[in-house]
Ligand binder design. Structure first.
Ligand code: ADP
Length: 488
């Protein structure tokens, strides 16, 4: 089985969020399983300037964009990654936009990329059995394979699977983008890719991929309902029998407290002395006061989804409970300024770093006692998985991935790996933190909980095997549907 992972980001090449970890770690797991797996990404400026040496394959592609067209050139690395170069689109500081907003030509950029993936396969004479698409940036791929390339013999055996990492990001554009994508107006209806008068790239994938997945079982159910369906719940309900939840893993080599090069002292389940050193150094590094205070870490995108407005609203109550906070994040301008003000006001109690800093993220997971995730919704969430591995106890809202990966602590039995709360309110979050602090004050209980957390296994093995099963299903479906046109 030849697998092509089509993704707008992947570690170690480029990362803005969890999708990059997932795509990169999945590829690595497939290599370990000796699968024929490849990955394809846009060649962003950050990849060009990065550590991975690239090779120019000399292969060129030409992608029509409305009346004009754009050329791309395929690069590769020493392994099995391909990159589509088109400097006009991808030689930019960021991947999708700046804190002020998305790049205005994102539709053209990802039409080019999606069609480029298909053209690159042809130009490289590479016939994948399955293209594993990820998020809206590759949502047009399954649709192209059913329409423009529907009769192309080259792809007669190519099946598609689309993973929805976050339904909140759909790639919504003006209908005038449709001719630029080369797609006909017959697709512009509610059964096709229209979404309230706009073109929806994620919906294109949802209506046309053979198999759909999302990144946890709970989220797979949540997106079928109005509340978290972001207007696509109806379309998803129609495809419910093809929709599966596959929980993300984390790369156990990259995230390993016993080998991690970014933390000041390594530790493991049998010897937690290093964890205390990590806390001590972290407190010093980010200039917080007393080390004996419970330390709550936050690492993540600063967006409304992550629910950090609850932290902003609760700051006085949290500090009166005696905790210190260390926050690392990047995203929305409004959060940048609120958190920066809080850090100024509560020097020594709250540390805020605005930016994307991998080494500091490792040290926060390694050195904090608790990891706070008050997300409004959370498809899977990697933060809590990493936190568990580093014995940093997650405190999270009861939604999506956290429900499937964190066992809520029960004081009667002293069992559990974290603390969950249901209502998205400051008081519900504060109550969960108070429960956590009750455990913190009992050294034995806290120690037991840290051990329980670190014992959890969220490596990729099981989930990668599940994807392979689903690819086989997609391939079977493809074989059955041969000759059939249309969507769905
Ligand atoms: P998202 O919704 O952003 O994809 P996830 O929890 O799935 O959230 O994944 C976030 C990943 O990105 C984690 O590996 C986390 O450690 C990392 N991360 C998020 N923000 C930052 C940051 N500012 N600096 C370093 N790493 C970050």
């Amino acid at each position: 089985m030849k697998i092509l992972i089509a993704t707008p980001e992947a570690v170690p090449y480029v990362k803005t969020g969890g999708l990059a970890d997932v795509a990169g770690a999945l590829l690595k797991e497939y290599r370990r399983m000796k699968k024929k797996a490849y990955i394809i990404l846009p060649l962003y400026k950050k990849i060009k300037e990065g550590q991975v040496p690239l090779r120019d394959t000399g292969v060129k592609i030409k992608i029509p964009l409305g009346d004009s067209g754009m050329e791309g050139r395929i690069f590769s690395d020493q392994f099995s990654a391909y990159f589509i170069r088109c400097d006009e689109f991808f030689d930019r500081q960021e991947l999708y936009g700046t804190p002020q907003g998305d790049y205005i030509d994102n539709a053209s950029r990802f039409i080019f990329f999606s069609r480029g993936i298909i053209e690159a396969c042809k130009a490289l004479n590479f016939k994948p059995d399955v293209i594993h698409c990820n998020d809206w940036q590759t949502g047009l791929v399954p649709l192209y394979l059913k329409t423009i390339y529907g009769a192309d013999k080259f792809f007669k055996d190519t099946a598609t699977l689309l993973t929805i990492h976050n339904l909140g990001y759909q790639g919504l554009f003006l209908s005038s983008e449709l001719p630029i994508a080369g797609l006909g107006w017959e697709l512009f209806n509610p059964e096709g890719i229209e979404f309230y008068g706009k073109v929806n790239f994620l919906k294109a994938g949802i209506v046309s991929a053979a198999i759909l997945t999302t990144v946890s079982n709970t989220y797979a159910k949540e997106i079928l309902n109005k509340e978290l369906g972001f207007g696509l719940d109806g379309v998803l309900r129609k495809r419910e029998t093809d929709l599966y939840g596959v929980i993300n893993g984390i790369d156990y080599e990259e995230w390993d407290p016993s080998k991690d090069k970014f933390i000041p002292e390594n530790f493991n389940i049998k010897n937690l002395k290093g964890k205390a050193v990590c806390k001590k150094q972290l407190v010093k590094e980010v200039s917080l006061d007393k080390e004996e205070r419970p330390l709550i870490g936050i690492v993540g995108r600063l967006s409304l989804q992550k629910g950090l407005d609850l932290v902003i609203q609760s700051i006085d109550e949290l500090l009166s409970l005696g905790v210190n906070l260390v926050i690392l994040g990047k995203g929305n301008e409004v959060f940048h300024s609120s958190f920066s003000e809080i850090a100024k006001k509560y020097k020594g109690r709250v540390s805020v770093t605005i930016g994307f800093e991998e080494p500091l993220a490792h040290r926060i997971y390694g050195g904090s006692d608790f990891f706070l995730m008050p997300s409004r919704y959370e498809p899977c969430g990697l933060g809590q998985l990493i936190a568990l591995r580093y014995g940093c106890i997650p405190i999270a809202r009861r939604t999506g991935g956290p429900v499937d990966t964190i066992q809520d602590y029960e004081s009667l039995t002293s069992k559990g790996t974290g603390f969950l709360f249901s209502d998205h309110t400051p008081s519900a979050m504060q109550d969960a933190i108070k429960r956590a602090l009750c455990v913190y004050t009992d050294m034995n209980k806290m120690h037991k909980m840290v051990i329980n957390a670190m014992r959890m296994d969220f490596s990729w093995k099981k989930s990668a095997e599940r994807y392979i099963e689903l690819y086989s299903m997609a391939i079977k479906q493809r074989a059955k549907s041969k000759g059939q046109g249309g969507l769905g």
